[in-house]
Design a protein around this ligand. Structure first.
Ligand code: AP5
Length: 232
C-alpha cells in the first residue's frame, strides 16, 4: 500500500510514547495530515474559546476531557478538506466510547481505519520523556532537553521560537496521566487486537529507528525520507 491509497490511522500509546514526534514527521513529508487532539485542545485554550475554558482544568490535572466534547471536535476535524485524503489521529480515541464513535462515523461514510499503531514504551521511560519535553511555542516542534536537545537552550532549531514546558508535563500531572492511560486507554489495545487491526512498534528505540518501523507498518518504505535527521 502507498500513501495514495489513503491512510486512516490511529496512533495509540502512553503519554510521551512519541506519537506526536512521528506523526509530525510523517505530516511534514506530506504522507498524511496530523490530527492531534491534544494540539487542538491547547489551541482552544490559547485562544480562550468556550471549549478551551471547559477543557483546561481537565488537561492541566492530567484527566481526560469529556467524551462528547472530544468526539464532536474530532468528527468536525476529519470532515475538513485537508483530511479527506490521508490522516493520522494522535491522541484519539482514548476511551471505548470514542473508539465506537469513530468506527460508526467511518462506517457511515463507507470507510474503516487502515492502521492502528501501538507505540509500546515501558512506563518507567515515559516519565523522563515527559518531564524533559520542551515544545516550541511558535511552530509546535517537539524537543527534549536530553534526548533531542536544541542547539541553543530554549530556542527552537526549526523556527527560532521560544520553547515552553507544557503545564501537564509537571510530575504530578504526569503521574495522573499515566494512571488515566492505564485505566481508560489501555483497554483499547484489546479492542483493536480483537479486530485484528493492531500493530505494535517498539517505540523505546531511538526516534529514527521508530520512524523506520512506522514507515514499514504504514507500507511507506522507499518513499523519500529526506528529513531523516531533522526534527520533523
Ligand atoms: P496529548 O497532547 O494527546 O498528550 P498525550 O497523549 O499524553 O501524548 P503526548 O503529547 O504527551 O506524548 P506523545 O506520545 O505525542 O510524545 P511526544 O512525541 O511529544 O493530550 C493532552 C491532554 O489533552 C490529555 O491529558 C487530555 O486532558 C486531553 N485530551 C487529548 N486528547 C483527548 C481525548 N481523545 N479524550 C479526552 N481528553 C483528551 O514525545 C515525548 C517526548 O519524548 C519529547 O520530548 C520527544 O522529543 C521525546 N521522544 C520522542 N520519541 C523519542 C524516542 N524514540 N526516544 C527518546 N525520546 C523520544
Amino acid at each position: 500500500m502507498t500513501a495514495a491509497a489513503g491512510i486512516r490511522a490511529v496512533f495509540l500509546g502512553g503519554p510521551g510514547a512519541g506519537k506526536g514526534t512521528q506523526a509530525q514527521r510523517l505530516a511534514a513529508s506530506g504522507i498524511a495530515a496530523h490530527i492531534s487532539t491534544g494540539d487542538m485542545l491547547r489551541a482552544h485554550v490559547a485562544d480562550g474559546t468556550d471549549l478551551g475554558k471547559q477543557a483546561r482544568g481537565y488537561m492541566d490535572s492530567g484527566r481526560l476531557v469529556p467524551d462528547d466534547v472530544i468526539i464532536a471536535m474530532v468528527m468536525h476535524r476529519i470532515a475538513e478538506p485537508d483530511a479527506r485524503g490521508s490522516w493520522i489521529l494522535d491522541g484519539f480515541p482514548r476511551t471505548l466510547p470514542q473508539a465506537e464513535a469513530l468506527e460508526a462515523n467511518l462506517s457511515d461514510a463507507g470507510q474503516a481505519l487502515s492502521h492502528v499503531v501501538h507505540f509500546a514504551v515501558p512506563h518507567e521511560d515515559l516519565v523522563a520523556r515527559l518531564t524533559g519535553r520542551r515544545t516550541c511555542g511558535s511552530c509546535g516542534a517537539i524537543w527534549h532537553v536530553q534526548f533531542q536537545p536544541t542547539a541553543r537552550e530554549s530556542v527552537c532549531d526549526r523556527c527560532g521560537g521560544a520553547l515552553v514546558q507544557r503545564a501537564d508535563d509537571r510530575i504530578e500531572a504526569v503521574e495522573k496521566r499515566l494512571q488515566v492511560y492505564r485505566t481508560q486507554t489501555e483497554p483499547l489495545l484489546a479492542f483493536y487486537r480483537d479486530q485484528g487491526t493492531l500493530v505494535e512498534v517498539d517505540a523505546s528505540r531511538p526516534r529514527d529507528e521508530v520512524y523506520r518501523q512506522v514507515e514499514s507498518v504504514l507500507a511507506l518504505a522507499g518513499r523519500s525520507t529526506a528529513h531523516e535527521s531533522d526534527n520533523l
